[in-house]
Design a protein around this ligand. Structure first.
Ligand code: GLA
Length: 392
């Protein structure tokens, strides 16, 4: 649907001509499950994302409506009642951002109508929640004239996810969404927040995002569980190397030397994933910079195996999908995001894209009970207001 059509459809809700904002989703190319271990990650912002259509109200109420769930009545929130409430459901994400800005002194002399329209498939691991959080942050900073450094806004959104929503995610998603740049991936050191924008020049290849359509229902509890296991792992490491403050600082040689200290094999495998994923990510960025897409693809495959066997965050559908891509001739494929469902990311030669997707679709459908969906990845700039010039 075009943006103009959406505005027309929700005229009664919006009342006036809205300001429009867009926030991308993200796909992580490599560096999975290490953004909370001080690791380096390599995501890119994508053109699928979340739009906000915003008009000012005369009272101090916030009305939130989602075009994706427009069967439901708008969620109405008073400017002085911003704490988390279960029944607010998805609106807790934008309300969490309102609360975070209130803590910085924004007083909301007037309220807003906020219509949300998302093009990201739900529960697909493409960061619809980070997209919505940063989106609302940019809406607030713009409408209430409260400018904030983008990195600070990104950190604020992560805090909302951690403390207000209760998912103990790392910084990767909010960072990719807020700091993304068209045609680039972000090589981010999650320890220092130093980053480098790396041009995504794939020449004869494209990035395919394949949605298993298996919703990642278990993800949040297992996610927090992995974090706990890694904390245990870090304590064991620190008995030998007291100067190490995050698992991704450990080298593979250091880990090998202390392997026998891990009575619990599961904890060892979690640490093994972290240490080696960190190395793969560094190598993958170098491979991409050298245009060595074959090597980049191999590293993607190795990452998938490690997430499947050592970190145990894959699932049958993701394994079938990733393997189907490799068997059909992709240079590499891996699960992306938190796992337990969601999407696979694959590097595929442009000239074979449709043939490969057809083959993968057939293999996937005959081996699972889900209908997959495929997108050729287009990159995007980070969260921004859409000006009138862009609209016409
Ligand atoms: C989710 C989290 C991120 C990151 C990934 C796994 O998307 O929100 O912080 O940990 O999982 O890499």
């Amino acid at each position: 649907m075009t943006l103009q059509k959406i505005i027309k459809k929700h005229q009664t809700f919006l009342q006036k001509t809205p300001q429009i904002f867009f926030s991308p989703g993200r796909v992580n190319l490599i560096g999975e499950h290490i953004d909370y271990l001080g690791g380096n990650v390599f995501p890119t912002a994508i053109s699928l994302g979340t739009y906000a259509f915003v008009t000012i109200r005369e009272d101090r109420e916030f009305h939130f409506l989602s075009d994706n769930f427009s069967q439901f009545a708008p969620k109405i929130v008073q400017a002085d009642d911003l704490e988390y409430k279960e029944e607010r459901n998805w609106a807790n994400y934008p309300v969490g951002m309102l609360e975070a800005f209130a803590k910085r002194g924004v007083t909301y002399p007037f309220g807003l109508n906020v219509l949300i329209y998302g093009t990201l498939p739900n529960g697909a691991g493409l960061s619809s929640s980070a997209s919505l959080e940063v989106l609302m942050g940019v809406v607030i900073e713009t409408v209430y004239h409260h400018p904030i450094q983008r990195v600070e806004l990104v950190q604020m959104a992560q805090r909302v996810e951690n403390e207000y929503i209760g998912v103990h995610c790392g910084i990767m998603d909010q960072f990719a969404v807020g700091m993304g740049q068209n045609n680039h991936a972000i090589y981010l050191n999650t320890n220092t927040l130093e980053y480098k924008l790396v041009p995504l020049e794939l020449q004869n290849d494209v990035i395919v995002i394949a949605n298993t359509n298996k919703k990642r229902s278990l993800a949040d509890s297992q996610y927090n569980q992995r974090r706990k296991e890694c904390d245990i792992g870090l304590r064991i490491v620190q008995e030998h190397y007291p100067d190490i403050s995050a698992l991704c600082e450990v080298t593979s040689e250091q880990l090998e030397r202390i392997q026998s200290s891990f009575d619990n094999h599961i904890i060892y495998r979690r640490v093994h994933h972290a240490v080696h994923e960190q190395q793969r990510t560094e190598e993958a960025v170098q491979a991409l910079e050298k245009q060595d897409l074959m090597r980049f693809g191999e590293l993607l495959n190795a990452s998938h195996q490690s997430l499947r066997d050592d970190y145990e965050v894959s699932c049958r559908e993701l394994d079938v999908m990733a393997q189907a891509f490799v068997d059909a001739g992709a240079k590499g494929a891996r699960m992306t995001g938190a796992g337990f469902g969601g999407c696979v990311v694959a590097i595929v030669a442009k000239e074979n894209v449709s043939a490969i997707i057809d083959t993968v679709q057939t293999t996937y459908q005959s081996n699972t009970t889900y209908q997959p969906a495929f997108y050729i990845c287009e990159t995007s700039d980070g969260t921004h207001e859409i000006t009138k010039e862009v609209l016409v």
